[in-house]
Design a protein around this ligand. Sequence first.
Ligand SMILES: [Fe+2]
Length: 215
Amino acid sequence: MTDEIDFTMMYVTHDAFRRDLVRLEAAVVDGRAATREVRAGWDNFTDQLHVHHTVEDEWLWPRLTERVKDRPDALALLADMEAEHGRLDPLLEEFGGALEANAADLAARVETLTAVLDQHLEHEENEALPLIQEVMTPADWKEFGRAMARRQGVKGAAAYVPWIIDGISRDDRRRFLANLPAPVRAINRLAWTPKYRRRRLWNPTESGRLAPKAA
Ligand SMILES: [Fe+2]
């Protein structure tokens, strides 16, 4: 159906957040939390999450609110989305401080952060995306993508694109890259991904790839 919104960009972004928290947990368990690469992985994770939530809060939820003004259930859901973002902010702040101090309770903190973020992402995917599918159009969704790109700028895109495809499945990678203009795919291959790999975020293994976590 041509009038269906394709949520690929949202799903691959959410999956990259989940993947980073799995990597963070592995780093904490292995006693690598104080390494430069893990701290750089954390900084990138919080930057990506900040951009993602800011554009949702400033662009997506307000536009959705206009479309569902007379639907209390939908308005309550959108209030939940904002409240869940608000609940994550102090947790992220506190975790950053604990990581900096290499606190003894990092493992428990990762567990809490993962539970809160997972709950939010699932809630958004299970309830907000179907609402978006119902009341928005593919043209609206494109506009949301443009708002995201404007917020990221070229520097942000240079970090975002290789971060998304780091460890992604072949199918998701194909779907994700198909959403990007050809020149962006080319610059990613030639410049952004090589630079991203050199940063070795989260302290990857010798092969340059993180071992996948057992399901
Ligand atoms: Fe999202």
